[in-house]
Design a protein. Structure first.
Length: 366
């Protein structure tokens, strides 16, 4: 029996397509940890231009990417010790954003500061808190432990999209689109007709879908053949979990049908986690950090590369669709979306984000 929970106020009405704003009092992924080095790196998070770099003891630093003096980008400057020097007039700032050197001046101007942002390195990402620094609590970073757990292996990439970040989350929370958009790879018949449940608790949304005794989709079929020498029907699962503000973990896999996967025994199958961190760059630009982690054949770098390339091609199809959707939204600013049963997960996310924005006293729509 199809079970779902949809926000009551929205279940009988349409949803505005107007661009969703983004909360500030939260953690966003600013970069992969491998991207942050001793060389300054410019990023933009929630419409805040930032510069990232590492200190001599390898700690990540996040400062506003604009010198106090003339707003020259610090990302064009140079890291000296633990500090960063402006490329324009040589003013030097420490990791807290305080000026520690001002050439040609007898004394330091006490107002010579640039904003410094709380930063945490976790799960192979560098996370930045762009709101009230006193509210920054690392415990609020969503769980993505598969990213650095030795029991899992894999890698991913970053996709830059010309669309609002909510469209990406809508896409990930409703995987029935795979049946139509990704027919040659991870799609397959029956997704749109399969039973699913949506559960909402606090700032977490969970969606579960099982497809029993079904042909494996091409990607999963290849993995089952390689790992188990099996080409028959499978029990397939998609277990999606949203964490505030924009992290989505998708537990996916297949097992030989009838071997107990729905009851918890996945030993006769293959299991992966699609890890997704969606960072709003601006109202209509998004950075999408993704990885595909697996719990089998952990030492194979070749398999990691093959899966990364395959998933990357799948996401190119999503990118084309989402950017076309954003263009259509901008051409039809007064149009309202209409909600189907499959939109339940995305609708709950919108409600959670709207409440967070209201709590911050910021506009919900842009």
């Amino acid at each position: 029996m199809l079970e779902r929970t949809i926000p009551e106020a929205e279940s009988r009405s349409s949803t505005t397509n107007k661009t969703l704003n983004f909360p500030l009092n939260t953690w966003y992924v600013a970069a992969w940890d491998r991207e942050v080095t001793r060389k300054p790196t410019a990023v933009r998070v929630a419409d805040r231009p930032l510069v990232l770099y590492r200190t001599e003891d390898n700690r990540p630093v996040a400062l506003a990417d604009a010198c106090w003096h003339r707003l020259a980008p610090l990302s064009m400057g140079e890291v000296i010790g633990d500090d960063i020097r402006c490329p324009y007039h040589g003013i030097v700032y420490n990791p807290a954003g305080r000026c520690v050197s001002m050439p040609a001046q007898e004394s330091l101007n006490p107002s010579a500061l640039v904003p410094s942002f709380p930063v945490v390195e976790r799960h192979r990402f560098v996370w930045v808190w762009v709101g009230d620094p006193l509210a920054a609590n690392p415990d609020l970073i969503p769980d993505m432990h598969q990213m650095d757990d030795p029991a899992w292996a894999g890698d991913g990439e970053t996709i830059e999209l010309d669309c609002n970040y909510q469209l990406v989350m809508d896409n990930l929370m409703d995987l029935t689109h795979e049946e139509f958009l990704h027919t040659s790879s991870i799609g397959g018949g029956g997704l749109s007709e399969s039973d699913f449940t949506v559960q909402h608790e606090g700032d977490t949304v969970r969606l579960q879908r099982w497809m029993i005794d079904t042909p494996a989709v091409p990607f999963m079929k290849a993995q089952m053949r390689a790992q188990h020498g099996y080409d028959g029907n499978v029990d397939r699962w998609q277990l999606i979990e949203y964490g505030f503000p924009s992290v989505i973990r998708i537990d996916v896999g297949v097992a030989k049908t009838g071997t107990g996967a729905p009851e918890g025994d996945r030993s006769q199958g293959i299991n992966g986690f699609v890890m997704n961190a969606i960072t709003p760059v601006s109202a209509t630009k998004t950075k999408y950090f993704w990885a595909w982690m697996r719990n089998y054949d952990l030492q194979s770098q070749l398999l990691t590369s093959q899966i990364r390339a395959g998933i990357s091609n799948v996401f190119k199809e999503d990118t084309a669709m989402l950017q076309a959707q954003q263009q259509a939204i901008e051409s039809n600013p007064d149009y309202e979306f209409y909600n189907l049963n499959i939109d339940g997960g995305g609708m709950w996310i919108r409600r959670i984000l709207e409440r967070a924005l209201e709590a911050e006293g910021r506009p919900v729509r842009l």
